[in-house]
Design a protein around this ligand. Structure first.
Ligand code: PLP
Length: 423
């Protein structure tokens, strides 16, 4: 039910008018405040509506909204369907009816806090693919200029650069980094060796989606910077899974989404570009502000009518993340991932394609079982225990993503199933 106060809130009325209504997210349930409670992670699990008789291991594709996030999405959609007539349309930046014209400062500020960058450097997008497309399309390259990347990039990260090659004569170059990757230093050396005087862009996944490998992006960006190479990272798999500190990484650009590991609705993403580079980036989707450099992030955020409900729900997802504690979340995800990989390594018939160096791994594991395809393994998981990892085809088996709503028991059961399948 939407009450009068909610109507006032979305109409952008002041905090004084709204006394008694909390801005932003609902507070965490008190049970989540005590992480010494032995049931702590069960209490976290209870924050998700995810059906209890099924186990989800596929955040690498799409994540799961906590209940509070879903409720905000539902509440605002209902509000819009019920109260749109209340909208006087006086101030795009205050009223919360549609996105695409609103500067979204509160949400962009929270994203800036998450990533350690300035609000003006953040633009909201729908997903990684369009963020990367804005960057590739917005940069001027000459024929023969090289874009360097790995042989394991996702289509949503690399295709806009292939387009650049076909349309403008730039050269799209890939280097093989191994699967499994042996070490961070080997990846580093391989990529550095591939730089040439013509390399103008280094585009890399911060985490490779097909293996969960965390690449040594900070070190690579530092080397690229010395050579004047523009660096752009694909963070589709990192946001909400591992810590991302943009000042520390010191890349020129970073694109990511919130609909995988951050528990936000689908269709929520961002693009970061350093202030000094963002001012020179050509716009791809142009509206009124296409050439207004007063707020660079807003220039790219203004993209025509969009869905405000998903952005408000994203804000709740960000609050949930901050309230639970980012480090606690990242540690738990890695703990569960490590537990899975440790169990799998005991089985001689299992081949792991995740990196051999533990520090390069977090919540994504890639493995197969001798003699089985990914589809067979995926189907067997479902038939035996209603567990859902994702097939990666005939060679690479399954990609298995672990998140805070998963439990040790689920991981141990998964290892047991693998052992049964390989027996
Ligand atoms: C590394 C990587 N890049 C890009 C994408 C595309 O993301 P989106 O669908 O949000 O555009 C994905 C999706 O899985 C991915 O894993």
């Amino acid at each position: 039910m939407i009450n009068r106060r909610e109507v006032l809130k979305y109409l952008g009325l002041s905090a004084v008018t709204l006394s008694g209504i909390k801005a932003g997210a609902t507070d965490l349930s008190p049970v989540l405040l005590d992480d010494k409670d032995p049931n702590y992670w069960d209490n976290v699990r209870d924050q998700f509506m995810l059906s209890k008789d099924k186990v989800f291991f596929n955040c690498g594709t799409v994540g799961v909204m906590p209940r509070a996030v879903f409720e905000k999405l539902e509440e605002h959609s209902r509000f819009l369907a019920t109260h749109v007539a209340e909208w006087e349309y006086k101030d795009d930046n205050k009223e919360q009816f549609i996105s695409g014209y609103n500067n979204l400062i509160p949400i962009r500020t929270k994203v800036g806090k998450l990533l350690n960058c300035d609000v003006g450097e953040i633009a909201m997008t729908d997903n990684v693919t369009n963020g990367m497309s804005y960057i590739a399309n917005g940069i001027t390259l000459q024929p023969g200029d090289e874009i360097l990347t790995t042989d394991q990039e996702h289509g949503g990260g690399q295709s806009s650069w292939k387009l650049k090659e076909k349309r403008f004569g730039a050269v799209f170059k890939t280097v093989a980094i191994g699967k499994p990757i042996t070490s961070s230093s080997e990846v580093y050396d391989t990529i550095i060796k591939a730089f040439t005087p013509k390399t103008k862009v280094l585009m890399l996944s911060h985490m490779i989606s097909g293996s969960g490998a965390i690449l040594p992006v900070k070190e690579l960006c530092a080397e690229a910077k010395k050579r004047g190479i523009f660096t752009v990272l694909d963070g589709a798999q990192t946001i909400g899974q591992i810590k991302v500190d943009l000042k520390d990484i010191d890349c020129d650009a970073y694109v990511g989404c919130f609909h995988k590991w951050m528990g936000a609705p689908t269709g929520t993403g961002f693009m970061f570009v350093k202030a000094d580079k963002l001012k020179d980036l050509w716009i791809t989707v142009a509206s009124y502000r296409w050439d207004d450099h007063a707020d660079e992030g807003f220039r790219f955020t203004q993209r025509g009518t969009g869905n405000f409900s998903i952005l408000l729900a994203l804000e709740v997802a960000l609050d949930f993340h901050f309230q639970l504690g980012p480090d606690k979340i990242y540690d738990r995800i890695k703990f569960l991932g490590d537990r899975l990989r440790t169990g799998l390594k005991q089985n001689k018939k299992v081949k792991l394609f995740s990196p051999k160096e533990d520090a390069m791994c977090a919540g994504i594991s890639l493995y197969t079982i001798e003699g089985l395809t990914g589809a067979k393994i995926q189907d067997a998981y479902w038939a035996k225990a209603k567990m859902r990892p994702r097939s990666q085809g005939d060679v690479y088996g399954v990609r298995h993503s672990t998140h805070i709503f998963n439990s040790e028991t689920e991981i141990d059961r998964a290892i047991q199933i693998v052992n049964q399948l390989s027996a």
